[in-house]
Structures are given as structure tokens and as C-alpha cells.
Design a protein around this ligand. Structure first.
Ligand code: BTN
Length: 263
């Protein structure tokens, strides 16, 4: 059973783009840092950087992402021939791929919290950090960084996370085959990315919505400049969250969502 990722792990997986090159590094500051370097140096799209642990794992909104050994930490370099406004749908696409790959590998029900957290029983098992570079009026590259809490015990995370986070090992009750999980993830990513490139974004966002735990709920949203409370109604075509507050529709590009109870 693949408890760590080996060089040949993606051989025979059959994807044309995602994972055609795989680089494995023991410990890095952040796989996004390495992927950015490779992208700037002109690597082909589809390169995946995997690390066994990260000393400076980065999360959304400037947060830290705890990355002990036993997790799956990877960054993928993409070069979509697309306008910059479409970049915001890629992390949602990646969250959908993670959710599907966990469900397929472990037969566990997963759900999505906007914008791209993957949950099991309401607890976060995976997060995604995307960054993009623009050249002229097109995307130059997009880095999709994915962190999944796989095989370490919850006690390897700080105690303040014990209630809201979970690991796949603890959720499923046994060790997880990390290589099988990565192979499934790469296949779902490739399928969704091909559909994205064919302009099929609407149906991808519909699939995201079907798995979402955010939509239809009363939520509190913290953006860099405000805090809002309302009912999450849906996504627009860029993946932004639409919430209704006193009958008025608000569009949220980025922020942190808290699911409120007693709606
Ligand atoms: C979040 O939940 O706030 C996003 C977490 C993203 C973590 C992944 S792990 C691989 C990649 N490298 C990083 O430094 N961050 C992302």
C-alpha cells in the first residue's frame, strides 16, 4: 500500500496533461513556491510537485496550512489558454476533483464548502490555494495547491483545529492508500480540466453546487473589508458566491464562509 508517493506512481494512469511530470520532494517550504519557480522557468503545464511535508505550508487569506508527514501536499502548474476572469473557477474545479477522488477511493460521503474546502461530516479534510499570473489579456499560468489530511492522527494538528478538521485515516478508520488517492485525483482533475478548456464551466459549477454544503444555508461571510450574514443562493459564472440579505443579492468574490445553524 502506497503510504508515501513514489516516482512511478502515475505511470499508466492515462492522463494526457495532469501529472505527465511528477516531482517528489521530501520537505519543502511550500509546494506552491516550487511550482511557481518551475512555471516561471517555463515548465510545461501538468507538472505536479508533491512533498512529504511542508515547513511553511500556505493557506487562504494569509493563513498557515499545517502540513505534517502523512498528508498529501501537491501543486499543479496549469497554463489554460483563457482570459483571467476564468481563473477563479479553477480552484472550485479542483475542490470538486478532490471531493470526488476521496469519495471514490474511500466510499466516504464528502461535501464542499465555498470556495473550495472539502468536508466530511462538516469537518475540513482538504483545502486549496490557487495563484495565477497574467500576461497581457490571458492567463500565463495558474498554480493549484492542494493539501489533504490523509494518514496522520488528529493529534498532529494544533488542538484548536480538532473540532473543525479531520484526517481521512480517522474518518475512515484505517490507513489510506495515498498513491491510489493521488491517481484518482489526477484522473478527476484531467477530466474536469478538459471540460473547462472546452468551455463547459456552467455544468462543472452545477456539479459543484450539487455537492455543496454552503448553498441554501444561512451563512456568515468575512471578506477582507466586511462581514455579512445572509442566505447562500448560488454561484455566478465566475464561481463567486451569491448571497441574499434582506431580499438584496450580494456577490462575494473572496472570503471565509461560516455555516450557521438554526436557519
Ligand atoms: C486553505 O485551506 O486555506 C488552503 C490550503 C492549501 C494547502 C496546500 S498544501 C499544497 C500547497 N502548498 C501550500 O503551501 N499550500 C497548498
Amino acid at each position: 500500500m502506497g503510504d508515501v508517493i513514489s516516482e512511478g506512481c502515475l505511470r499508466g494512469v492515462g492522463t494526457g496533461i495532469i501529472g505527465r511530470h511528477l516531482e517528489i520532494i521530501d520537505n519543502v517550504t511550500s509546494t506552491n513556491d516550487i511550482a511557481r519557480e518551475r512555471a516561471k522557468a517555463g515548465c510545461r503545464e501538468g507538472l505536479i510537485i508533491v512533498a512529504r511535508s511542508q515547513s511553511d505550508g500556505k493557506g487562504r487569506m494569509g493563513r498557515n496550512f499545517h502540513s505534517p508527514e502523512g498528508g498529501l501536499y501537491l501543486s499543479i502548474v496549469l497554463r489554460p489558454d483563457a482570459p483571467p476572469y476564468l481563473a477563479s473557477t479553477l480552484p472550485l474545479l479542483a475542490g470538486l476533483a478532490v471531493s470526488k477522488s476521496i469519495s471514490t477511493t474511500l466510499m466516504l460521503k464528502t461535501s464542499l464548502k465555498w470556495p473550495n474546502d472539502v468536508l466530511i461530516d462538516g469537518r475540513k479534510v482538504s483545502g486549496i490555494l490557487a495563484e495565477s499570473s497574467i500576461k497581457g489579456d490571458r492567463l500565463e499560468y495558474v498554480i493549484i495547491g492542494i493539501g489533504i489530511n490523509v494518514n496522520f492522527p488528529m493529534t498532529d494538528l494544533p488542538q484548536e483545529l480538532w473540532e473543525c478538521a479531520w484526517t481521512l485515516r480517522d474518518a475512515s478508520g484505517s490507513m489510506v492508500d495515498m498513491e491510489e488517492l493521488l491517481r484518482n485525483l489526477v484522473c478527476f482533475l484531467e477530466n474536469l480540466y478538459n471540460r473547462f478548456m472546452e468551455g463547459d464551466v456552467g455544468p462543472i459549477l452545477e456539479e459543484w453546487s450539487d455537492r455543496s454544503e454552503t448553498l441554501g444555508r444561512l451563512v456568515r461571510v468575512r471578506t477582507p473589508s466586511s462581514e455579512l450574514e445572509g442566505t447562500a443562493l448560488g454561484l455566478d459564472q465566475t464561481g463567486a458566491l451569491l448571497i441574499s440579505i434582506d431580499g438584496l443579492l450580494h456577490r462575494i468574490d473572496s472570503g471565509d464562509v461560516e455555516h450557521l445553524f438554526g436557519q
